[in-house]
Write a protein that binds this ligand. Structure first.
Ligand code: ATP
Length: 464
């Protein structure tokens, strides 16, 4: 077990280090010693993230009755009062009396092998924590002396307006979903959709996480991809089941190892939820939530109706029925998806006698589709050919194409393997004679000669 844990910790460290070394992700505010829970996306990270969000958008677009929204981060404080975030959106915080480290009580219990859900009431979690005080250790100093478990609100705040002060305090949104609920009537009134329909949105969310950790898994500023499906109450559970399966299939089709994906039904449903489950992935640090699929009943719209006094009912012209639609939600983090994709793709293997690190990314997600290399960079005829006949047309077609003439060919392959580039194209002296190039496959390291005129088609077939 110890070895397995060490191996998995090593794997996370390797991924973090690769991300920095190759320009996927940098620690936030690094030159000032870092800023907990924040990361900055580098050139390749931006591309990978964009491919992840494109894939999600495409999956949502496949639904005829799907609409898209981009709501604002700053919203009226009433939104968060109505949603329950001001009073209830909290994590159980516990402070070590010895070193003052702040931890999540449910995580400490979990580390000590005690099952506890963070959605337990404050009273219950305090009781379970008290019963296990002797076995729970502080992750920083190893001490066993803790204060009381308290609810710590997750909403991040800021100030708007000229003066600081309570009256100017605003909440940064803790989830994108609320922007969808408060616009549901606007979308319906545009007349393009009727019940059932969905609203999908990608955007930033902010949470005052007690202990941001595990790299991209738990950040304080992150991005969510959320979809809320509005349906008749009698159809909701059916739609919940459909979305559950669809979302799982989506990950399998993305090429994620199916053995590392599973459903986890929620054991302690929040009072308004009718059914809920997580799609979990086996990260190097264990099985953890990737996406939530929730049947939320009419809670959200009822709350906003109550607080805004706007009628949230839908009137069905055909049946003459008036009702508040029920909602099925799918909610996943962009950052968490990227981390899963990286963990799933990371491999160390040997090509002949040479060890290598390779990201076996689905070519659709790879930041770079292909690298173009003249065999020798000091031969103008090779460089000219590579530039005009290969690089320029491929760049115009795919965008995600890189010019790589740095170091010898072996080094170039290693570098491209590490960033998950599926194809390396080399222009050599034979190219000048017969208009063929070498295309090397990332996963098998096999090389093929391909006619330059067929390159676009060849790559298109592989990445679509
Ligand atoms: P957790 O139990 O891991 O704290 P949660 O149940 O609070 O997550 P939700 O509120 O359901 O998460 O958020 C939906 C999704 O948003 C999560 O499944 C996850 O993918 C993503 N997410 C939530 N919090 C974070 C975070 N701090 N950093 C990165 N992604 C996050």
């Amino acid at each position: 077990m110890l070895n397995k844990n060490k191996k998995n910790n090593d794997l996370m460290e390797k991924i973090v280090s690769l991300c920095k070394r190759r320009g996927f992700v940098f620690p936030g505010s690094e030159i000032y010693g870092g800023f907990a829970g924040t990361y900055d996306w580098g050139h390749l990270g931006v591309a990978l993230k964009r491919n992840v969000t494109d894939a999600w958008n495409k999956a949502m677009q496949n639904h005829r009755n799907m609409t898209f929204l981009d709501s604002s981060i700053f919203t009226s404080g009433k939104v968060w009062e109505a949603s329950g975030h001001v009073s209830n959106f909290s994590d159980p915080l516990v402070i070590c009396n010895i070193c003052k480290e702040k931890s999540r009580a449910d995580h400490l219990l979990e580390n000590a092998g005690v099952k506890a859900d963070e959605k337990l009431s404050e009273l219950n979690i305090n009781k379970i924590f008290d019963e296990n005080r002797g076995t729970i250790k502080c992750p920083k100093c190893g001490g066993k002396d803790f204060g009381k478990v308290q609810a710590s609100n997750l909403l991040a705040t800021s100030n708007l307006g000229m003066l600081d002060g309570k009256e100017n305090q605003v909440y940064l949104r803790g989830e994108t979903a609320q922007g969808i609920y408060i616009n549901y009537k606007n979308v319906l009134d545009t007349g393009f959709v009727s019940i059932p329909f969905g609203i999908a949105q990608i955007g930033k969310a902010f949470r005052n996480e007690i202990s941001p950790r595990q790299f991209l898994f738990r950040k304080r500023e992150f991005e969510q991809m959320e979809m809320q499906y509005f349906c008749h109450p009698s159809e909701a559970i059916k739609n919940y089941e459909i979305w559950k399966e669809e979302r799982m299939e989506y990950y399998k089709k993305m090429g994620i190892n199916p053995k590392k994906l599973r459903f986890k039904p929620h054991e302690n449903l929040v009072f308004y939820a009718k059914a809920a489950c997580d799609i979990e992935y086996e990260f190097p640090f264990g099985w953890s939530e990737l996406e939530g699929v929730h049947y939320r009943g009419d809670y959200d719209l009822t709350q906003h109706q109550k607080f805004s006094s706007v009628d949230m009912q839908f009137y069905d012209e055909e049946t003459k029925e008036k009702y508040i639609p029920h909602i099925v939600e799918t909610s996943v983090g962009v950052d968490r998806t990227v981390l899963m994709v990286l963990c799933d793709a990371y491999c160390e293997d040997k090509i002949g006698k040479n060890e290598r690190i390779v990201l076996k990314l689905n070519p659709k997600l790879s930041p770079i589709v292909c690298a173009v290399s003249p065999l020798l960079k000091n031969k103008p005829e090779l460089v000219e050919y590579a530039n005009t006949k290969v690089y320029a047309p491929l760049k115009a077609e795919f965008g995600r194409v890189i010019w790589d003439d740095n170091g010898n060919i072996g080094k170039r392959y290693r570098r491209q393997d590490e960033i998950g580039t599926p194809f390396c194209i080399v222009i050599d002296f034979d190219t000048l004679a017969d208009d063929t190039v070498t295309v090397r496959d990332r996963d098998t390291a096999k090389q093929e000669r391909i006619k330059v005129e067929n390159l676009k088609k060849y790559i298109k077939e592989k990445i679509n």
